[in-house]
Design a protein around this ligand. Sequence first.
Ligand SMILES: Cc1cc2nc3c(=O)[nH]c(=O)nc-3n(C[C@H](O)[C@H](O)[C@H](O)COP(=O)(O)O)c2cc1C
Length: 188
Amino acid sequence: MPKSDMASLLSSWRQRLARSLHLGRSKPHARFVQLASLGEDGRVQNRTVVFRGFVHNTDQIIMITDTRSDKYIGLQQHPQVELCWYFEKTREQYRVNGEVLTVTSESLDAPLRKQVWHSLSVSAREQFYWYLDKTDVDGIVAKSLIPETFCVLLLQPLRVDYLYLGETHQRTISQLSHNTWQEKPINP
Ligand SMILES: Cc1cc2nc3c(=O)[nH]c(=O)nc-3n(C[C@H](O)[C@H](O)[C@H](O)COP(=O)(O)O)c2cc1C
């Protein structure tokens, strides 16, 4: 499908986000997002993670983590999350609310996990081997083995709150209802 046709199939918030990412592409931090979730004890937790794109032909946002992390443990009981994303250049904020699916070595979606692992830089892969000796790491990285603790996080957005802080403030809420995105402008 030509790129222009693909763009017209995207929901409005996806089209806006594609533009924000494009305009911020020279800044690596445009791909850093704040992910809030609940811990095992039900308390709110928040941290920076890297946005790693969308699953092809879906709205699912890809992130990665380690199954030894607190966020992974909390997500097993509370999949509800909110991702907050600020684009400095265009002064836009997206708050993406939804549920996370964790894809681990036990999951059925092995091809996706493999594909995401192979898309990572060597330094990103090495972070999963912090408990190993450097020479072991080099060998494992070279053989492209996927570590047991590598986990893909798939965020299915259900509500997107967009705020533009330009000369005239603009806020729009997009909500997923019966598989269709409904959008409404909010006037403060
Ligand atoms: C710029 C930046 C990018 C990060 N990217 C990730 C990431 O993609 N995945 C991840 O699990 N942690 C990432 N971290 C580390 C997390 O912010 C956090 O410290 C770690 O995952 C442990 O969080 P938790 O205890 O809430 O699970 C990143 C940190 C920074 C500063």
